[in-house]
Each structure stands twice: as structure tokens, then as C-alpha cells.
Ligand binder design. Structure first.
Ligand code: QV4
Ligand code: CA
Length: 512
């Protein structure tokens, strides 16, 4: 009995907050708009061998197909049905991806859009990714089916039917977000359709969900829906394992809705993380890296074991959603690598790496008017495959940040130091900082405008280590700089402010 209670308690503590990644795998990557066949291949050839824990995928269900603008990435946030059918692939390809990724220990996290269907101005016909008929005007989505009474039109109290004031929690939950037809989640029928969709995904073998637009759903409704989802597929997961839930709630403070309302349901995207880290690494507003000494809860962020953290996401890398201009992206590669390196070295939160496609920005009055551009595609609208170059980078305009040596090696660093405490902080009172993770890893940054030459205690065992930023360990040699930790645990670090990457990191698995 005591044992049972203990097991129950352990289960309850982790449950839907636990990412369910394989032991020793600590980070996931968002392969934004990738095709299922490409993800399956990436799991086998790259993510599995390099210790990635999982992949967040783009919404897999049927969506509207837009002509103006042409096939924007955001059409996938306008559902038409719950058939697994999109420009990423069909249901069979989806199943094949989940099976192949799971078999190499890389799990799949599905972006689920359950707050709404397509926009009210979406018209009627079969312009949908699986050719299902729909009529946005009459609220007819026959492939689910949903009809007019399954939407919140009667419940919303604003004149326009749109969310007009984010300080009014009723509007945010019951009215339309940018014109998107808002589902009546208090109806048992609607809940049932969503639970069936999520259960279908779980039965195929996915490990969890990113809940899109969670702020726009009442926490009570969301709790009932997620609690009704079945346990994970026992072909890959232990019996009784709950799906990992992380909810997209943008809470930068000062709005009518607080992330705390969602803590009972699952983890939450911590949007302060990327906005503040971007400000610090850019040295805006008088910020300095030395202030990062108490990064995490000390900066007004939520509890570490409830946070899903990231430097940028698919919205704020192009000015959608929130975060503002401080957000760092692959466009600012040098600073971006430092920010992602800092995130992956620091123990706060469960980490997600962004993996993007490239597009040409076109700034008009401070706004990128190309923020809609979809993934690299052929003239018929089909998505181009992810090709792999001889130097391991990606072709066809896939950026593949997760394959950048510095980022891939820091994902490995995070696995190597997993469970070790934040230790041996040092800073120069400005933008040169360093810290370790127990006695297993150490990282140092020079984001000042002058040369750095310091000798610091690292906590690591004596030996010669390969810096995993300027290079890595290959066989019995380092391809980049070597760092020598003496018998007293100290090492000398010399990092120029104009170095290609003005930071360095070492860990016990990269010792010669
Ligand atoms: C237009 C008009 C509206 C009008 C409507 C009428 O602008 O005023 O009412 O037509 O039909 C697109 C267009 C938007 C258009 C809408 C409906 O940008 O102009 O409305 O479609 O046709 C993504 C994009 C949105 C996009 C949406 C649906 O970012 O631009 O809207 O997909 O295609 C808040 C939320 C947060 C949200 C964030 C972006 O709190 O939840 O905004 N983030 C998530 C996703 C995001 C996605 C959605 C939510 C919606 O991460 O990618 O929006 O699913 O902060
Ligand atoms: Ca809603």
C-alpha cells in the first residue's frame, strides 16, 4: 500500500509536466514545416545519433489552402478537419515518421490547433489540404463534423465578434482570434471530437502536445479535454505514461490573463525568456550578461519545472505573436549562437531549439511584409525536401539551426551535464561571464568589446578538453581550440571579442 501511494505520488509529480524524453535526452527541436518523410530521415541520420530528445512538428491535420497570399505558413493554423493530411504528408507518412523516430528514441510532439477552425472569411468549397468540403460562412465543417452550434458566435459579447481587449478574459476565450472561428469547448460534443483527435495521435505513438492558443481557451475546458486523453502507446512508453502537455500562453505580464491559470494542465511556454535574453545579449536598455547570475525565477519567470523555454519560435522570429524586436534569430547568427548556447548550458526550464526555413525579409515601415512566406516549395505548392550538403548543413533554404555545430554540440552538452547544479559563476561586472554545471561542464562568454584573458576555476577534473564551440572532439584530437584544466580545476581562457564565436564550452565527454 505504501509503495502504491509512493508510486502514485511520483506519477502525479511528473505526469503531464514530464517531457517523456528518453533518459539522458534533454532537448527538443521544432522542425517547422518539415515533411514527415524528411523528419523520419532526420531522426535516424542525425537527431537520434546526436542525442536530441524529440521533435515538435507543424500541425498535422487538414487545413485551409490559401491563395492570397500564396500558401502562407500560417494556413496550417486554420483547421478544416482532423484528418491527418497536410503539405507535410498523409496519415501513412505520419505513422511511418512516428514509428521510425520512436524506434531511435526521438519522440514526436504535435502542435494541436483546437481553439478554432479556419477564418470566418475563409469562404466555401474544397480548398483544403485533403479536399474536404467546408463552408466558413455557415460554419459547416462536414469532415469533423462541426456545424453552427459548435461555435462561440452567440457567446462572444463584442460588437465585431473579435477579441478587442486582451484585458477582458471573456473576450479572449469566447471571441474570435484574428477572425478564426472559435470553437465552443464547453460542449461535450466538441470536446469529444477533440479528444478523439488527440487519442488518434497518441495511439499512433506521439509523446505529447504543444497546445496552440491555450490562452484563448478556458482552463476548465482544457483540463477536461487533456485529462480525457489516453495514456501513451505502450509499444514505446511505460504503462500509465501521460502525454506531455505544453501550452502556448503568452504572458509577458500586465494582461487580463495569467499563465498561473494554466499550471494545473501542463507546462507553459515562457515568453519572457527569449525576449529578455535577446535584450541582454544585444546589450539593449543597459542590460549586461553579468546580470544573468540569477537567470530564471530570479528574473520573474515561472518555476523551472513548469517552463518550456526557447530563444525564438515560429511566430516571433517573423514578428507574429509576442516578444518584440529583441528576439534573436538565425538572421543574427553570431548573437543567436551565444543565446542558444547560454540557454542550453543553463539548468532553467525544458528547452526547445528552433529550426527554420529561410525567407527574404522586406521591411516596410518597420514591418516585414514577407512575414507570411511559406516553406521552400515548388510552383505547384508542394514543399521542397530537406537536402543535406557535404558539410552536414542543409540545402533548399532549410536553415537547420539544430545542425549548426555550436548548437548541436550544446544540445549534447546539456545531456552530459543533466542533473548537475548551476555552479562556479564568474563575471567581470560587464559582459564576460562563465559558469559550470557541477563537475561535468563549463561555459564562458566574451560579449564585451575587448579581449578576454582569464584563469577560472571550472570544477572539472584535470585534463585537456576540446572546446565544442570552435570545434569538437574527433577521435583523439580537437578540431578547434584546446583547453587545459589543471590539477586545481582551473583553466585559462582567451577569447577575442572579434572571434567568429566569442564563447567556449567544455564537458567531460569532450576530454582527450
Ligand atoms: C484577417 C484579418 C482579421 C479578420 C480576418 C477575417 O486580419 O482582422 O478578422 O481576416 O477572416 C491569419 C492572418 C490574419 C487573418 C487570419 C484569418 O494573419 O490577418 O485575419 O489568418 O484569416 C498564425 C498567424 C496568424 C494567422 C493565423 C491563422 O500568426 O497571423 O492569422 O495563424 O492562419 C496571439 C495569440 C497566440 C498566437 C499569436 C500569433 O495569443 O495564441 O497571437 N499564436 C498561435 C500560433 C500562431 C497562430 C495562432 C496562434 C492561431 O503560434 O502561429 O497564428 O492558430 O498572441
Ligand atoms: Ca476560444
Amino acid at each position: 500500500m505504501k509503495l502504491l501511494l509512493l508510486l502514485l505520488a511520483v506519477g502525479l509529480c511528473s505526469a503531464q509536466y514530464n517531457p517523456n524524453t528518453r533518459a539522458g535526452r534533454t532537448t527538443i527541436v521544432h522542425l517547422f514545416e518539415w515533411k514527415w518523410d524528411d523528419i523520419a530521415a532526420e531522426c535516424e541520420r542525425y537527431l537520434g545519433p546526436n542525442g536530441f530528445g524529440g521533435v515538435q512538428i507543424s500541425p498535422p491535420n487538414e487545413n485551409i489552402v490559401l491563395d492570397n497570399p500564396w500558401r502562407p505558413w500560417y494556413q496550417r493554423y486554420q483547421p478544416i478537419s482532423y484528418k491527418l493530411c497536410s503539405r507535410s504528408g498523409n496519415e501513412q507518412q505520419f505513422q511511418d515518421m512516428v514509428t521510425r523516430c520512436n524506434n531511435v528514441g526521438v519522440y514526436i510532439y504535435v502542435d494541436v490547433v483546437i481553439n478554432h477552425m479556419c477564418g470566418g472569411g475563409g469562404g466555401a468549397g474544397t480548398h483544403s489540404s485533403c479536399s474536404s468540403y467546408f463552408n466558413a460562412n455557415t460554419r459547416d465543417f462536414s469532415a469533423v463534423p462541426y456545424s453552427v452550434s459548435d461555435f462561440n458566435d452567440g457567446k462572444c459579447r463584442t460588437g465585431s465578434g473579435e477579441i478587442e481587449n486582451y484585458n477582458d478574459a471573456y473576450q479572449v476565450r469566447d471571441c474570435r482570434l484574428v477572425g478564426l472561428l472559435d470553437l465552443a469547448l464547453e460542449k461535450d460534443y466538441v470536446r469529444g471530437k477533440i479528444v478523439d483527435f488527440l487519442n488518434h495521435l497518441v495511439s499512433i505513438g506521439v509523446a505529447g502536445f504543444r497546445v496552440d492558443a491555450a490562452k484563448h481557451m478556458w482552463p476548465g475546458d482544457l483540463k477536461i479535454i487533456t485529462d480525457r486523453v489516453q495514456n501513451l502507446n505502450t509499444r514505446w512508453f511505460a504503462g500509465g505514461t501521460r502525454p506531455f502537455i505544453f501550452q502556448e500562453v503568452i504572458d509577458l505580464g500586465g494582461e487580463g490573463i495569467s499563465y498561473t491559470e494554466y499550471l494545473g494542465i501542463g507546462r507553459i511556454t515562457e515568453f519572457k525568456y527569449g525576449a529578455k535574453l535577446g535584450t541582454v545579449v544585444r546589450k539593449w536598455n543597459g542590460e549586461k550578461m553579468s546580470y544573468l547570475r540569477n537567470w530564471g525565477e530570479g528574473w520573474g519567470m515561472m518555476a523551472s519545472n513548469r517552463a518550456l523555454v526557447f530563444v525564438d519560435n515560429h511566430d516571433n522570429q517573423r514578428g507574429h505573436g509576442a516578444g518584440g524586436s529583441s528576439i534573436l534569430t538565425f538572421f543574427d547568427a553570431r548573437l543567436y549562437k551565444m543565446a542558444v548556447g547560454f540557454m542550453l548550458a543553463h539548468p532553467y526550464g525544458f528547452t526547445r531549439i528552433m529550426s527554420s526555413f529561410r525567407w527574404t525579409r522586406n521591411w516596410v515601415n518597420g514591418k516585414d511584409v514577407n512575414d507570411w512566406i511559406g516553406p521552400p516549395s515548388y510552383s505547384d505548392g508542394s514543399t521542397k525536401p530537406v537536402t543535406i550538403n557535404a558539410d552536414t548543413t542543409c540545402g533548399n533554404d532549410w536553415v537547420c539551426e539544430h545542425r549548426w555545430r555550436q548548437i548541436k554540440n550544446m544540445a549534447i552538452f546539456r545531456n552530459v551535464v543533466d542533473g548537475q547544479s548551476f555552479a562556479n559563476w564568474w563575471d567581470n561586472g560587464s559582459n564576460q561571464v562563465a559558469f559550470g554545471r557541477g563537475n561535468r561542464g563549463f561555459i564562458i562568454f566574451n560579449n564585451d568589446d575587448w579581449y578576454m584573458d582569464v584563469t577560472l576555476y571550472t570544477g572539472l577534473p584535470a585534463g585537456t578538453y576540446c572546446d565544442i564551440i570552435s570545434g569538437q572532439k574527433e577521435g583523439s584530437r580537437c578540431t578547434g581550440r584546446q583547453i587545459t584544466v589543471g590539477s586545481n580545476g582551473s583553466a585559462r581562457f582567451q577569447i577575442g571579442n572579434t572571434d567568429e564565436d566569442p564563447f567556449a564550452a567544455i564537458h567531460v565527454d569532450a576530454r582527450l
